[in-house]
Design a protein around this ligand. Sequence first.
Ligand SMILES: Nc1ncnc2c1ncn2[C@@H]1O[C@H](COP(=O)(O)OP(=O)(O)OP(=O)(O)O)[C@@H](O)[C@H]1O
Length: 264
Amino acid sequence: MKRIYSKLIEVSEKPLKTAELIGGKYIVVNLLGKGSYGYTYLVNDQQGNLLVLKQLRKYKMLEESGRNSFKREANILKTLNCSAFPTFYEHFEENNKQFIVMEHKKGSTFEEIIFRENISYTESSAFNELYHILHLVKYIHELGFIHRDLRIPNILKNDKEYFIIDFGLARKLEDQTSLIEKKVNHLEKQLYREIAFKSDFYALGHFLLFLLYSSFEPISKKKRSWEEELQLTPIAKKVLRKMLQLDEPYAEVQLLINDVKECI
Ligand SMILES: Nc1ncnc2c1ncn2[C@@H]1O[C@H](COP(=O)(O)OP(=O)(O)OP(=O)(O)O)[C@@H](O)[C@H]1O
């Protein structure tokens, strides 16, 4: 019954409209995305600055874990005091809806770079991108956090900098209680969501595959594994196999950085 009620709320909820005023001071410019937890908007503040406003979906407000998720994201963003991550501005409730406001990072996501800008990467240039991103991951891991969602839409770059966004699923390393928060049955999801450094490396292994496949020209219609399809050097293959947990995973980020350097 609770599930039906929650589903009804989910399907009947509509996002905010363009030009709508929220929190008495933010004007909606456009909807950036609709994720599982809620809506993400680009908004203008009163000084005309572009910011990101995230809204928690109503059905998420029904569960304690949902209600706490913005609080947790806000705390993580406050702790990550570095220009590579969005600055946290505020967390507020209005008409029983929860919102979080943060800095808008100006850049293209790797999803846009690969699929819209059609940039293709060689083995060396793909590992070079990973090398830069791993320094941000090192900062996150050294503070004891695991991002758990390092996918191509959550990693951005412009001509000068790299950024990591979306800390909605991030957890503190010792916060193993989150594991029982939601039972993850699917093996692939478990590998992304385990609260361990290796799950961020696993996600970045897939990130790297996206970059490497950008220059792949299929010669046959037959579906083969990445190891058969991509012409990688032995060291690149070794690093990817460890990242994807096909071989003993890296215990910590510096060991991965050292190997990635060899592939550039
Ligand atoms: N702080 C930010 N700065 C710049 N762009 C952002 C920021 N936060 C989100 N975005 C953009 O908004 C898009 C949508 O964000 P959102 O977190 O809703 O998306 P999603 O990744 O599609 O959903 P989910 O989190 O369920 O996977 C992102 O892909 C990104 O392009």
